[in-house]
Design a protein around this ligand. Sequence first.
Ligand SMILES: [Zn+2]
Length: 421
Amino acid sequence: MEICARILVEQPFLKEECPNGARIMISQSARSLLEENRKLLTRRGAWVKTHGHGLALGMDVDTTAVLHALSPAEIERACDAVNPIFGLAVDEVALANLAKADPMEAIDDQSAELIASENEDVLFNRWAAAREDEVQAKIVFGLSGRMIAWLRSATLADLRVVARSGHVCIRIAARPSYLWHAGKTEHLSQSQRTGLAIVNRRNTAAIHSAPAWDGSTASGLEMAEDWDSPAFVARFEMLVQYTNRPAVIRQMMMLECPDKTLRRKIRDVGERFKLNRSAAKGRRTGFSELMKTVREKYHYSIVYSIYSQSGIEASVADGNYIDHLMEIYQRYLAVTGSRLETAALDFETYAEYLAAITRGNIQVNDCSACGAQHISKLDSPSIPECPFCVAHEHRGFNISSVLAGYQSNESENRRSFRAYC
Ligand SMILES: [Zn+2]
């Protein structure tokens, strides 16, 4: 496990024990993410219980009904995922305009107080993430390149003005089905909840518009092959830690050096970092032979969602495409508590899988029971079973019955809404 260990040491990760025995890596930013989820969602839960609705906070009726139905302990459980449950509801242009507005004199209303405080928490965390690590900010928070640029140019005073503008700048990005299952399913580990949160988010980006790295669309985007450039060599060394297969490295970095040279360079990096292996030989399993077991489908679906929500277009524009792909893989390992050598999706297959996604060779299915977006091959013969329902043993979820329960309280809700107005 030297490979991951090195990367982890560089990115000050701490290790924590998962309830199911798998190890999950938790960074400082993951810790603040857990705090954000907990602080904001428990307050929303308490708000809904007190006021009977979430209109003032811009909440839709499904989410409100679910929070209404969950107990405080269940809401607490739903917060425990290393993935943002909240997201920004407005773009960088709107934020820039709000930053120019006059701040509100004083906040005396209860809901305005909560809105300002929530805005501040979410904006400050995104601001810190954008400054700390651009690629991580795209992958974990799904921020666009333009949003990151604005956040980096903004001061804390700007953010405070935006937060106190009276506008709701954030929203619950997790789907009601995530909140329900993560709250109700007691036996899930934090790692499983994180996976479910990733595949259960609203408004995922249109994946098929994301560019492939297969050499045709990505050419010219990456740095030129220059063995004297420290940046180029650093990227090469990082990639060799994930894979020792020359064909994959050649394709990802668009290398033109002779095969012999490439193999020697791979061996050199292997020796320097004590990876105990030289360049791989022979053929490996093709994509058509993979993605057959539930475990594989589970892992591939998580990678698909990380990729499709990760602001990849921004990284292409910035020339960080390969770094971005490596970071996605690293996040996949962390989320699923997998090790590089034994992961259900190894790095080389991952590279091939991304190409299959961009060629449109997979289909995305929405599970009607748990809300997970799970993937299958385009030509799969029958309606595929949901790997999350199988692995997590979710009990069914029917939003209509939750809504019916919520609406039976409607007269009471209406009364509290009038009191609020
Ligand atoms: Zn399902």
